[in-house]
Design a protein around this ligand. Structure first.
Ligand code: ADP
Length: 492
């Protein structure tokens, strides 16, 4: 039985800020179903304690010297769906309000906190059987292969193969070089072939260079990040990994996201009950105070109201959409000026535009279930979950041709028999407007029922992605050197 040790800053349902939490919470379970032994290490944040989850505190405790202090670690454990979730408890680093920082910001000692997480996880796991593989996530876990190569890892651990998954290259863990001594690594780790990047410490870069394989969350994004436009300064480093950089698209949890059993919906439905979906749509219009115009399509946006997501592009075309008789609902929060713009649009177009600022999962479910089109004009998109959830709920995506959206949405105008949404190329409002116009025309003249049935029957579940991870695990375990330390043999 293959055994995998994962290290992540988030794992749902314990701690979730974004897509990383979904992946680190769900992928281990899908792997366990296939017979793998998976342990996931994450911090024991205050919010986990406060949620009433009391993991069983193990008698495993130890002291680790880190950033100039001896720190006491206790390890908690909870078994869920066959996966061992281990919680690293350390009072000064993880007993705080917020995960990465207050109000969406960063704590000033995040370099020390997450390097500590990795060291403590490796130390805690050292008393278990040696894992076949270590799979770490994002910059928070990226130092795992570095500690194995340069740190104080027990001898057998040095040859354990490592995989690093990048969920969003925009976050790299870049810190002032002054923090380097706090990491407990030898001076030679502060070099361009490891942590140093233009005079700063860059956790993700070191992980990219030292992991046996680097994965990211869709095949298209894996290609895009090797170029200057979306490489965020690491394109050269990523391109140099060649075939060791692999894209595996995320899935969504088909049990959680199921319109037949979703308790947030007034009228549950499946692909054979589209009149029930229609009733839900009418109730949604009432809920959102939108005019009961049966013949006009309802477009929805659910997501962070930020530049990356192209929320500003949508705001720019809303007046024209309203003039053309379309309706729009928006749910999200993010940049203040974009939020304000949407509030104003709602104010000036009552009955046509509905805007809810905030995070509201039940409402998001009714929007996916009751809208005709889901708009995702992202400037870049590592994978994207919204478009997959929308399709599962019979809502057609309208997306920009970027990242994971390329791998999951296929244009209906180009392929009426196999398409599942509307795709546009350019970066401007005019490009989005053109795709929205095509979608509205399809609403009036296309075979909607057939297409809705088709997209609801698609399989974007984790089953497929878990199989691809498993293949990669097997490949890296087979390729792992026996005996000599990683540092002597690494080809990165
Ligand atoms: P991100 O880059 O934010 O991770 P994804 O498309 O990968 O974007 O995932 C976004 C997830 O968060 C989806 O499940 C979406 O439904 C959910 N979400 C985003 N904003 C909101 C909100 N304001 N209310 C409820 N759910 C939201």
């Amino acid at each position: 039985m293959l055994s995998v040790l994962m290290i992540a800053a988030e794992a749902a349902p314990y701690a979730k800020v974004g897509g990383l939490g979904d992946v680190a919470g769900t992928l281990p379970k899908r792997l366990a179903e296939r017979g793998l032994k998976v342990s996931v290490y994450l911090p024991y944040y205050s919010q986990i304690r406060e949620s009433g989850r009391e993991p069983e505190m193990m008698d495993r405790h130890f002291t680790l010297r880190h950033a100039g202090k001896a720190r006491r670690v206790r390890v908690g454990r909870e078994v869920s769906d066959g996966v061992d979730f281990f919680f690293i408890e350390e009072a000064t680093y993880f007993r705080r309000d917020g995960i990465y920082g207050p109000h969406g910001g960063d704590f000033p000692d995040n370099a020390q906190r997450y390097s500590f997480l990795v060291r403590a996880a490796l130390a805690a796991a050292a008393s278990d059987r040696l894992p076949d593989l270590i799979h770490c996530h994002d910059w928070h876990g990226a130092l795992a292969p570095v500690y194995l190569s340069y740190g104080d890892a027990a001898p057998g651990w040095r040859s354990v193969p490592t995989i690093l998954t990048i969920h969003n290259l925009a976050h790299q863990g870049v810190f002032d070089a002054g923090i380097f001594p706090d990491l407990g690594l030898p001076a030679r780790a502060y070099a361009p072939d490891c942590l140093e990047h233009f005079g700063s410490v860059n956790f993700l870069k070191a992980g990219i260079l030292k992991a046996d394989y680097v994965t990211t969350v869709s095949p298209t994004y894996a290609r895009e990040i090797t170029g200057p436009e979306l490489g965020f300064g690491l394109d050269g480093v990523l391109a140099a990994r060649g075939g060791r950089l692999v894209g595996i698209a995320n899935g969504i949890d088909y049990e959680t996201w199921n319109p037949r059993t979703d308790l947030s919906l007034p009228v549950p439905f499946d692909g054979d009950q589209l009149e029930a979906r229609e009733r839900g749509k009418n109730l949604l219009r009432e809920e959102l105070r939108l005019d009961p115009q049966r013949r006009s399509p309802l477009f929805t946006f659910v997501g962070r109201l930020v530049h990356q997501k192209g929320a500003d592009l949508l705001a720019g075309i809303i007046p024209g959409m309203v003039d053309n008789g379309l309706q729009i609902s928006v749910l999200g929060s993010g940049q203040r000026e974009i939020e304000d713009r949407f509030r104003m649009l709602a104010g000036s177009h009552p009955g046509r535009v509905s805007v809810t600022i905030g995070f509201d999962e039940p409402l998001s479910r009714r929007l996916y279930a009751g809208s005709d089109f889901f708009v995702m004009p992202s400037r870049f998109e590592p994978c994207g979950l919204g478009q997959m959830i929308a399709m599962r709920y019979g809502c057609l995506p309208v997306v920009r041709r970027t990242g994971g959206l390329v791998d999951t949405v296929f244009d209906l105008s180009a392929d009426p028999e196999g398409g599942n949404g509307f795709v546009f190329d350019g970066p401007g409002e005019i490009d989005l407007r053109e795709a929205v116009t095509r979608a509205a025309r399809f609403f009036r003249t296309g075979d909607r029922e057939a297409v809705i049935k088709r997209i609801m029957a698609l399989d974007n579940s984790w089953r497929h992605a878990a199989g691809l991870y498993l293949d990669l695990y097997r490949k890296s375990v087979r390729a792992a050197p026996e005996g000599p330390s990683k540092e002597d043999t690494d080809d990165g």
